[in-house]
Design a binder for this molecule. Structure first.
Ligand SMILES: [Zn+2]
Length: 409
């Protein structure tokens, strides 16, 4: 039974107290047993019962809950380096997509990649995430867009989750875009998703949620409603890519369906935000995409003022957000979306867990929750996020076991 002593600042990120309240405890200790946190409090008040426990030393550093990346497109073939250059020279995301680039080009490369290679790539991304302090990753399908490849991606996520050490939450995103071969037969593709893909993947228990991309160039509100209702009827909670490029009613649909989350929301309407607040939908801020697309940032302060919890995630994908660096996303959430470092931290932990429906098990350092945490070389969240480095994480622990440590830390 180990105890982590000499924690300079323990950012518990417990429920309650609003987005900026991280329940920070100076000079703290943390004890756990069989992967579950048993005691948290001031180091000087550690109960005698833990005196004989194996002692780990945090060296006066900050400890945060294991980061939760609640929005990634983890497994894909190729990269879209060429589009990075095209965007730098002035082409827009929608122009590139209309010319056959964007998601469609990744679909082609993903379908063509042997499963072993897809798995090796995804595995190496997860290793990189663990080094940054991430312990839970949501992974979306959506680069297959045919029955065979969508099932293969979801099976891959289940396999990676079983193998560990990171916790993987898998989301079906058959409604990413209409694949090229169905461009003139949209209705047939919708039927394929609703009548074949969803029943099959539910039968095989391959997904934890159902996502749809509502925007120009993707799906209309009516189409997304049909798909998300079909998923919900079979037990898959809805999530949405909403209002990224245009204000198209995505936030309103998320509220109507009581979705777990609505993600992007750069162009969400005032009415949509108010409805999300009443329906308890989490807004997911994806500022790495904002950075790479040079687009308008999500107005996080408006969301929080309306009472919407704001999660922060990487949106890791080969085109618009080619980085799984969640601490970078948190720094950008501050710099672009005007979240405070404490707000960004709660957004990448407890509120990200809430976006996955897992807030009762992960996302904060409270007794009864998973012993997932990271030791960060910083005095407090502001110091961590303002001084951007390759990696400030010294030690990552998932389920009570070290999964990565820097050098001799
Ligand atoms: Zn996305």
């Amino acid at each position: 039974v180990p105890v982590l002593r000499n924690i300079g600042l323990l950012a518990r990120c417990s429920p309650g107290g609003g987005q900026g309240e991280i329940h920070a405890l100076p000079r703290a200790a943390l004890a756990w047993e069989e992967g579950t946190i048993r005691w948290v409090g001031p180091d000087a008040e550690l109960p005698d019962g833990w005196a004989g426990a194996e002692r780990w030393d945090a060296g006066g550093r900050m400890v945060v809950p294991g980061l939760v990346d609640c929005h990634t497109h983890l497994a894909f073939g190729g990269w879209r380096n060429d589009e990075f250059e095209q965007r730098v020279l002035g082409k827009s995301y929608l122009e590139i997509a209309a010319a056959g680039g964007g998601i469609a080009s990744t679909v082609e490369r993903t379908r063509g990649l042997p499963e072993a290679e897809l798995q090796a790539r995804a595995r190496s991304f997860l290793d990189g995430m663990a080094q940054l302090g991430t312990t839970t990753v949501e992974a979306k399908s959506g680069y297959g867009l045919d029955l065979r490849t969508e099932l293969a991606l979801l099976r891959l996520y289940r396999r990676l989750g079983r193998e560990g050490p990171l916790r993987i939450v898998s989301t079906f995103l058959g409604a990413h875009v209409v694949p090229i071969e169905y461009r003139r037969r949209r209705e047939e593709y919708l039927s394929l998703v609703v009548e074949e893909m969803i029943p099959r993947l539910v039968r095989d228990r391959l997904a934890d949620a159902c996502d749809a991309y509502v925007d120009e160039g993707a799906f209309t509100v009516e189409e997304a409603r049909r798909i998300l209702l079909a998923g919900r009827a079979r037990g898959l909670p809805p999530r949405l890519h909403a209002d990224q490029h245009t204000s198209c009613g995505g936030a309103e649909l998320a509220a109507e369906l009581s979705a777990l989350s609505a993600d992007h929301l750069e162009h969400a309407s005032e009415r949509g935000i108010a409805q999300m607040a009443s329906a308890g939908v989490v807004a997911v801020n994806l500022p790495i995409a904002t950075l790479y697309l040079g687009s308008r940032p999500m107005e996080a302060r408006r969301m929080m003022a309306a009472g919407v919890p704001v999660a922060v995630a990487s949106d890791f994908n080969p085109g618009s957000a080619p980085s799984y660096h969640l601490p970078l996303a948190m720094t950008l959430a501050c710099a672009l979306s005007r979240m405070t470092p404490a707000e960004a931290l709660k957004g990448a932990t407890l509120f990200a867990a809430k976006a996955l429906g897992l807030a009762d098990r992960i996302g904060s350092l409270d007794p009864g929750k998973a012993a997932d945490f990271a030791v960060i070389e910083a005095d407090d969240p502001a110091h961590w996020l303002v001084h951007f480095r390759g990696n400030a994480c010294l030690l990552t622990v998932a389920g009570g076991k070290p999964i990565w440590r820097r050098g001799a830390a």
